[in-house]
Write a protein that binds this ligand. Structure first.
Ligand code: SF4
Length: 386
């Protein structure tokens, strides 16, 4: 599993507190590609990337999957030549670039602005899944969020991607924003399911949260934004679950829905605790065998000067941290966790209490899970278990 972090955005959405920079000139992309290449070569030498230990050759464990995920930030600001250079560097380091799943995150505005050749170029590079940040099909809400696309652009981007042969599109949506009325949410979901080329294969939907470092955080601190009421958020989440269930989607993780056969392979492996190698400023890596997490420092300037793997720090998870992560990640999924394992990891009597209260239910395979109608309060349930 390989993740590449692209720290560029052409504008900043009001709810986002991720580190990213507005690119000033295409020359910066070339410098970024060169730095990524240096990090890939460095790690190939240091840890045997492509040495034959595994298909990824880097910190792989037997459960890992062969995927590439280019995320950000906004990877679709990168020209095709830079994406191609990343693949070439990975191949030169011995990575098999015939990935089971190759996802690129995209902004609809980039897909439309760059025209059909860009979408076709992505497909030609082997990209077989696009994760597109649509967030809403309501133009007023998109403007309020400071997204740089409107609903028509999102629809057109889907049309271009389908024409280019993209058979796996994931759409990100946001609910639970104060200005998002229930009727706006209903219309957004109607448009989602009538996109050109058919329903998206995958949907990720997140409740808007106020992050202190975001523009929205500043607005809230200044009294210019109040979070949506709990009933509004719960109602919109419940409606989402019901509409997508009726449309044939499997609700396989709290925020994720897929048509049968289209679960996100890369992200599912994160939730299973697999190893992954992250490249780029701020990217994290995890060695599941050694239970060691490391990360690059986020500064683009420092990364371009010296892309040192693990420059941000590293830690080996304690037994307690590993247990907590295992519980938190697995109970976010519909598959849940084996009951015996949870009893071993959880605080005493918590599993019996949660089962008796209906906050956990048993599955036929011996696992327990949080029932779908209580996913919305999963944080509270999990906090009683860990
Ligand atoms: S939400 Fe995405 S596009 Fe918007 S500022 Fe954050 S990283 Fe950039």
């Amino acid at each position: 599993m390989i993740y590449v972090h692209v720290p560029f955005c052409r504008s900043f959405c009001i709810y986002c507190d991720f580190y990213s920079e507005i690119p000033c000139g295409d020359g910066l992309f070339g410098d970024f590609a060169a730095a990524l290449g240096r990090e890939i070569r460095h790690r190939a030498g240091a840890s045997g990337l492509g040495s034959g230990r595994s298909r990824d050759g880097l910190m792989a464990d037997r459960n890992s999957v062969h995927t590439l995920y280019i995320g950000g930030g906004t990877p679709s600001v990168l020209p095709l030549s830079v994406l191609s250079a990343i693949l070439n560097d990975l191949a030169a380091a011995g990575v098999d670039t015939d990935f089971e799943e190759f996802t690129v995150e995209a902004n609809p505005d980039d897909i439309v602005r760059n025209g059909p050749g860009y979408a076709e170029g992505l497909a030609a590079l082997g990209v077989n899944r696009i994760s597109m940040g649509v967030q809403s099909f309501d133009d007023g809400l998109l403007k309020w969020m400071n997204r740089r696309h409107d609903s028509g652009t999102a629809v057109e981007a889907c049309r271009l991607l389908r024409r280019a042969g993209m058979g796996n599109i994931s759409i990100d949506l946001i609910f639970g924003a104060s200005p998002l009325s229930d009727s706006m949410w209903k219309k957004t979901l109607e448009q989602l399911l009538t996109l050109p080329g058919g329903q998206p294969e995958h949907v990720s939907a997140y409740q808007l949260t106020v992050e202190p470092g975001s523009i929205l955080g500043e607005m809230a601190a200044a009294g210019r934004y109040s979070e949506a009421a709990e009933e509004q958020c719960l109602g919109q989440y419940a409606y989402l679950c019901s509409v997508l269930r009726d449309a044939g989607y499997e609700h396989y993780e709290i925020s994720n829905f897929s048509l049968p056969g289209y679960r996100a392979v890369h992200n599912s492996a994160y939730w299973s605790g697999c190893s992954y190698a992250g490249f780029g400023p701020g990217a994290h890596s995890y060695d599941a065998v050694r239970r060691e997490r490391s990360w690059n420092e986020p500064s683009l300037k420092n990364y371009l000067a010296a892309p040192i793997p693990g420059s941000g720090g590293s830690e080996v998870l304690t037994d307690g941290q590993a247990a907590m992560e295992r519980i938190m990640l697995s109970l976010r999924t519909a598959a849940g966790i084996p009951e015996n394992e949870l009893r071993h990891l959880a605080v005493r009597n918590a599993v019996d209490k949660m089962l008796s209260e209906g906050n956990l239910v048993r599955l036929p395979d011996g696992n327990v899970r949080i029932p779908e109608d209580r996913f919305f309060i999963s944080d509270t349930i999990i906090s009683e278990i860990v």
